[in-house]
Design a protein. Structure first.
Length: 465
């Protein structure tokens, strides 16, 4: 639970804060009436947020801001005064936001801003600019509002970030005449990856002619900000282009975990898999997604959705799935349809959450695609295959080879690794193969966990080398 320090002189406001914080928030909090009290609280406890009046009886105006900054807290200022000095100070000081005490509902506005800062912890923003100094300035302002910030200095780096971190909610692109980024082309390619509801794109530009600004919007940007701009305007546009709730929540998938497990168990029964196969695939996928660079929330989604990778097999005849002999060409064509049928099933199941549903659909439809373009159902090539599907493809083959199946004996680990490395760059993504092989002991620990033999667990330290 996040902790808040409230620094307020007025006793009536202190009582109101206490009442509203307890009724409408989950924050724990302390209230200080003076600079000395605030200093004492900060010395004893760690606070994530602060709400501060700048005019305190025992300190010069604004001194409390410096104190809070010393503890790495950028406060929300709650003040009576908004003059030229404060306006200039807001542009340069480490202040997250401010609210004026000019109407009875202003304290509600403070709490709304506080909750927003808390929600921002799970919001990811991508900054695209080849000018390091300006990119750092923008990043500093976003971090001050608790956003998780990724940066890219080129078109290709930005697109790779979008492919890996599907949780990116907003992309900010700085357009200037001297940069090497083709903003229009980047917007087009980003839109091919994510729709306007899933990814908002804001362009920063010094161009004021309608042709330039209209071209950004026409090609898929949601908004633009004309430079120079104030921090007030910057934050206003950012919040206009971000969703008001967190991306990753416990019920975010749109289906309960019980329903997901039911679907996976039905698939296992139809496909004659052991009950632990799906659980292993889920954990393998989470591990490999983390190694690839996904945030924990994103990796969790990949792990959860991986259990649906073969959900389409519910619609394949049991006689075909359970056949111990080699399949005929016609039977294999029937088996291949499970990818498309899985996508269609998930499309209906995830109507309420299309962003998470897209990850599940990508996995179900494309986990049999191959890096060299010879897979099915669409013959996608290399990075055309969604990253979640490339992850599940690798771990699914690993689990199939190292465990006994109706049509084969279990392989030795040495033979499995030889097969995976031999097919790096043809069947599998070479980067994923490297990460998988270099961390094989971590994946083997998952396998042993579901064999109920953790006594043979090896030393595992995840390495992205």
């Amino acid at each position: 639970m996040a902790k808040v320090l409230i620094i307020e002189v007025d006793e009536a406001l202190c009582q109101k804060f206490q009442e509203l914080m307890r009724t409408f928030t989950d924050f724990s909090f302390d209230i200080a009436r003076t600079y000395v009290e605030a200093d004492s609280y900060l010395d004893r406890s760690r606070y994530e947020f602060a709400i501060a009046e700048t005019d305190l009886p025992d300190a010069m105006r604004g001194k409390i801001i410096a104190l809070l900054n010393r503890y790495n807290i950028s406060p929300i200022i709650f003040t009576d005064t908004f003059d030229a000095d404060f306006s200039d100070g807001f542009e340069s000081a480490n202040i997250a936001d401010y609210v004026l005490k000019n109407h009875p509902e202003s304290i509600i506005e403070v709490l709304e801003k506080l909750k927003r800062l808390e929600h921002n912890r799970n919001k990811t923003v991508l900054l695209v600019d080849d000018a390091t100094l300006y990119r750092s300035y923008l990043q500093q302002n976003l971090v001050m509002h608790n956003f998780r910030v990724l940066s890219a200095s080129s078109d290709s780096e930005a697109l790779k970030r979008l492919q890996v971190h599907f949780g990116i909610e907003l992309m900010i692109v700085n357009f200037h005449s001297s940069n090497n980024i083709d903003v229009i082309e980047l917007i087009k390619k980003a839109r091919a990856l994510m729709g306007k509801k899933d990814l908002h794109i804001v362009v920063l530009t010094s161009e004021t002619d309608s042709y330039s600004t209209a071209s950004f919007l026409r090609e898929g940007a949601n908004d633009y900000i004309t430079k120079p701009f104030s921090r007030d305007e910057f934050y206003a546009r950012i919040y206009k282009n971000t969703h008001p709730v967190e991306l990753f929540e416990s019920a975010q998938t749109g289906l309960s975990q019980n329903i997901l497990n039911l679907f996976s168990e039905m698939t296992e029964f139809k496909n004659l898999e052991t009950s632990s196969h799906i659980k292993r695939i889920s954990e393998y996928s989470y591990l490999l997604a983390k190694l690839y660079g996904m945030f924990d929330g994103e990796a969790n989604v990949v792990g959860e959705m991986a259990i649906l990778h073969d959900v389409g097999k519910m619609f394949v005849p049991y006689s075909t799935l359970s056949k111990p002999d080699q399949l005929t060409v016609e039977e294999f064509e029937v088996i291949k349809q499970h990818t498309v049928m899985g996508e269609e099933f998930i499309e209906k199941a995830f109507k309420e959450n299309q962003k998470i549903g897209k990850i599940a659909k990508d996995i179900a439809k494309y986990h049999h695609e191959r890096w060299d373009g010879t897979g099915y159902p669409e013959g996608l090539l290399a990075r055309e295959i969604p990253i979640a599907a490339r992850i599940v493809s690798l771990v699914d083959v690993f689990d199939a080879l190292i465990n006994e199946r109706i049509y084969k004996e279990a392989w030795d680990l040495e033979d499995v690794l030889f097969y995976i490395e031999e097919h790096s760059g043809t069947q599998f993504d070479p980067d994923l193969v490297r990460l998988f092989v270099n961390n094989i002991e971590c994946f083997m620990n998952v396998l042993r966990k579901y064999d109920l033999d953790s006594s043979r667990n090896g030393f595992c330290r995840l390495s992205k080398e």
